[in-house]
Design a protein around this ligand. Sequence first.
Ligand SMILES: C[S@@+](CC[C@H](N)C(=O)[O-])C[C@H]1O[C@@H](n2cnc3c(N)ncnc32)[C@H](O)[C@@H]1O
Length: 271
Amino acid sequence: MTITTTRAADGASAYTFDNAARDGEQLDILARILDEPSIDMLVRVGIPQGGRCLDVGPGAGTITTWLAEQVGPTGHVVALDLDPRHITGGNNITIQQGDVRTVDLPPGQFDLIHTRQVLLHLAERDAVVDRLVAALKPGGVLVVSEWDATDRNMLLHAPSPQAATAFTTFQDALLDILASNGADVGWSRRAPLLLRAAGLVDVTTVAHNQLWAGGEAGNLLHVSNSQQLQDALLARGMALSQLELLREAMQDPDTLAYCYWLFTTTGRRPR
Ligand SMILES: C[S@@+](CC[C@H](N)C(=O)[O-])C[C@H]1O[C@@H](n2cnc3c(N)ncnc32)[C@H](O)[C@@H]1O
């Protein structure tokens, strides 16, 4: 394992969450919700033994580890994150602390680049797609997975009308906080246009969602986010009692809610 460090970009849009908060709980929950659909897509595009991969914003690092197993000892995975504190290394893994908007990405070096739940947060996301495409080898594949939070018809059953209102109020406030930091929670639906415009071929998009009961990972995400961003949510007018009602509802087994849609777009650089 190699670890390299570069500074984050000055004056760039801010990333809303903190990987250190609650000991990385949010990142663990994301891995529990999303690794299965992500791995399905990665298997579909194919990970070459001996290949070179870049995982952008790996968070908990579970997909980095999986990619490292797939490419084997003759392959290599670079895990690039602003805050890579939770990523576990390995002989064929380089952990790079850096900002994907500015870090030096030598052209034409990766067989596969994967990124999940990163680009939606970055105001500079379109330019980042161009940088990632340039870093692919001819024939290399880009896999971009991001939430789409524009479909707000998520809650199927809540324990009470008050809990349903708390859920809606929380989602409104959370999306407002994200937008104020430069996030675009509808970008993932448009990503195929960007990948095509960047010159990729065989561009394919798949959307994934799952219904979760209270206490399951898809609903624990809202509990965790509401705890991590409590001060900002209160500053946006939510009452503490509403946040507590939301957390109770998201842990009540009677609750049924879809999570945000995960749009995964893949495309290949022409040979
Ligand atoms: C919401 S988490 C997603 C983690 C993981 N990809 C997943 O889906 O479970 C976003 C991750 O991207 C990283 N990140 C945010 N902005 C970044 C940037 N500009 N350059 C590199 N990493 C960034 C964060 O530190 C965090 O680990």
